[in-house]
Design a binder for this molecule. Structure first.
Ligand code: ZN
Length: 382
């Protein structure tokens, strides 16, 4: 088998340039180099290629500038598009994004994680490829899954929530599609989107904490999404935080996720008599939104468990900026007191002066992240 390997590290620069111009508007090469902390030669080479491909256009030289005229560059959003798919337990979110990272369309379809995922994914992807408006502009597909996956090959080693092991998802999709396919972990996909379009516009180093039906932590270090040698980073939810406790989907006991995910929060609520067996996380979120008494203590306790685990990472990496994403971001005001207290447990941890940014979340965010990863695949904009 010839390994189909994708090297994201070197190629994200080109997408960073497109994302910056899509977000900030037209900039000249010097401004791009300054904003992205890149060398002039690197910016020159990437913009030359992007101009030659028609993905950037030049505007009239800026008047009134002393010295050589500066030529603003503008992204051509409609010159290409990518598809991003978020794979959740019971549904798929499919988005089409332009070159500037903006969403052109988004929709949701049912998904059965216990059935073969390939035909289900091909159905939504082929539907976009057949679209008379954007189909011919689609250059690549990104798929975000809640799994341990090597993005270089799209090989899923382990997906406890879906019961998948050793699934060559990338290889099987590539065999059926004529455009590049990139498969990555969903939290890393969203971390990439944060780097390109949001937190990364102001910070070179930060963490992305995803809280929802799972718990994950992405790390951006020196403007690169950390992936680990085999691409298996980010499995923060399986950090062992207790010697005993409920069994996790991964097979172990005492994983962080079993205390802080949807299931963990509901289990703790039931134990305190704050929830019935049939209570859903949506109901609990709604009750927190109306500040039902009793929930504050419960959430603060869960926030403290989360905070102690994140404090270890902050102390290790020295990254004080944390962006919170995910369905349970609405519970953050309840989680925050315990989380912040955990960040003050020692002078060392407190010295980092952790700053938390909470993002409004929509189900399409992981899919949009997958679309931006697809844009970074080397053959996408070749
Ligand atoms: Zn686990």
């Amino acid at each position: 088998m010839t390994a189909h390997r994708i090297h994201l590290r070197s190629d994200l620069t080109r997408v960073e340039i497109l994302a910056l111009l899509g977000t900030a508007g037209a900039l000249d090469r010097r401004q791009i180099a300054t904003r992205l902390r890149l060398g002039d030669a690197t910016v020159h080479e990437h913009t030359r290629r992007l101009l030659a491909s028609g993905y950037l256009r030049t505007l009239a030289p800026q008047a009134g500038v002393v010295g050589r005229p500066r030529i603003p560059l503008q992204v051509v959003p409609e010159a290409a598009a990518t598809v991003g798919v978020r794979v959740a337990t019971d549904h798929l979110v499919t988005v089409v994004a332009g070159l500037d990272g903006r969403m052109i369309s988004s929709d949701v379809s049912p998904f059965d994680c216990h059935a073969d995922p390939i035909p289900q994914l091909l159905a939504v992807i082929n539907h976009r490829l057949a679209d008379p408006v954007v189909g011919s502009r689609l250059k690549a597909v990104g798929v975000a899954t809640p799994s341990s996956v090597d993005p270089a090959t799209g090989f899923i080693r382990f997906c406890p929530r879906f019961g998948w092991t050793d699934l060559p998802l990338g290889e099987r999709l590539r065999a059926e599609l004529a455009i590049p396919v990139l498969v990555d972990n969903d939290l890393r996909a969203s971390t990439t989107a944060e780097l390109l379009y949001r937190t990364g516009l102001e910070h070179d180093d930060f963490l992305v904490l995803g809280i929802g039906d799972g718990v994950g932590l992405g790390a951006v270090l020196h403007r690169r999404v950390h992936r680990g040698p085999s691409g298996l980073s980010g499995e923060f939810g399986h950090t062992p935080v207790a010697a005993t406790g409920p069994r996790c989907a991964c097979g172990a006991r005492g994983c962080l996720e079993t205390f802080t995910s949807d299931h963990g929060i509901l289990r703790a609520a039931r134990r305190r008599g704050l929830a019935e067996a049939a209570t859903t996380i949506e109901e609990l979120r709604a009750r927190w939104a109306s500040r039902e008494p009793g929930l504050a203590d419960l959430l603060a306790e869960i926030g403290a468990i989360l905070g102690r685990a994140v404090a270890g990472v902050v102390n290790l990496l020295g990254t004080p900026t944390i962006t919170v994403i995910g369905e349970n971001h609405v519970l953050w005001p309840g989680l925050e007191p315990g989380f912040s207290a955990a960040m003050r447990t020692s002078q060392v941890t407190a010295a980092h002066r952790v700053r938390v940014i909470v993002r409004p979340w929509s189900d399409a965010q992981h899919a949009l992240g997958a679309a931006s990863l697809a844009l970074a695949a080397p053959e996408t904009l070749a």
